[in-house]
Design a protein around this ligand. Sequence first.
Ligand SMILES: *Cc1c(COP(=O)(O)O)cnc(C)c1O
Length: 434
Amino acid sequence: MERIELGKIDLSSPELAINGGKRVRDRGWLDNFTTGDEEKMALARVIDSGYLSKFEGSHTPDEPFCFYGGDEVRALEEEWNSYYGSKYAISMNSATSGLYASIGALGIGFGDEVIVSPYTMSACAVAPMVYGAIPIFADVTDYGSLDPKSIESLITERTKAILVVHQFGIPAQMDEIMAIAKAHNLKVIEDCAQAHGAKYRGRYVGTIGDIGVFSLNVNKTIQSGEGGVCITDDEELHYRLALIRNHGEAVVGSAGYENITNIAGFNYRMTELQASVARVQLKKLDSLNRERVELVEYLNSGLREFDFLTTPDEPDWGESTYYVYPLRFNPEVAGVTREEFVEAVNWEGIKFYQGYVKPLYTQPIYQRRHLFKNGYPFTAPENRDSKVDYSMGICPNAERLHFREMIIDEHIRLPHTKRDMDDIIEAVGKLLSP
Ligand SMILES: *Cc1c(COP(=O)(O)O)cnc(C)c1O
């Protein structure tokens, strides 16, 4: 697209709020409120029933308690399946639990490696380690998700899975990732915590790999306070996820299930209360997504004309649903640093954040190679030959995005409107030299 030549940023004008001028916006920003009367009624229905959970960690439980949970939990799972067209949905108490359970269900453990993204939520890289496996960080594209080109050279005999995140709600390049997985016989976990209802070439993300994992925490597009859901089309994976969710070690004996590797059951169970709220939220998903996408497109059209910004335009392979608004800043074109730019914009009443999360390998776990006592899992005999490298520079794109280019805005969510987006566009425009 043709760009209008604009003046550089000039932070010296006395009109700017940072220099004592009047700010563009005096109103605050709102959080992600998506619940209302319908959720209240759903909760009342559960409270009135007296059963806030109906889970029991046993193969032959007493009615009405059940290994698979109560009516609300099972209804949520059925409704999730009918939305996504998946065969099995397994609710969890968080996406973190869902990620841990997925690694467990796939039988991954000591001596194995899992390829993960460094530019995402920390649990994605911890999940393999919980079972003794080693996370290997591949780089990301400018959209923020795993770059298929950076995956292949990291694959060794130890690699068992790729954990791909549809970062910011923008679908990752699944055809390329699935082709690599197929060629090397790897499992694929899709983290869709930020991508409810997003589509890759017409298919819902979460339905393409072996397991899709969703979050229902308070910040996500739909929420039940805390919560998560895994989906899969594989019957045994479904059963293993259910075992890990609910005290599987106490169940496998009487159930006669032989493949007990990794079946230490946790309590990852969702309550009836959360499930009842999540069911209402799922019904709102398409309209919530539509409103978000509209705000993103509106903001894109307003910010696209600034040649020092790169807006998150839709990749041709996807329909994104946008968890947050990931904007890229070019300091060379702007003539100021990202720090200076964000500070001046925020003085105008905007709330931009610099970067997303520090590349995960900079965390102490990786720098010190220490999670459990004595440095396990890194020091486990099975993992000793793992050629892990967690030094600065291993994922240059993630580092460039985080330390130089990425700016995040969270306000492309209800209850915000296009008027709020206008404030952002106006504040950025105000920084240009006349
Ligand atoms: C929020 C998030 C999670 C964790 O979700 P919880 O339900 O809070 O455990 C995992 N992965 C990504 C990419 C997330 O954004």
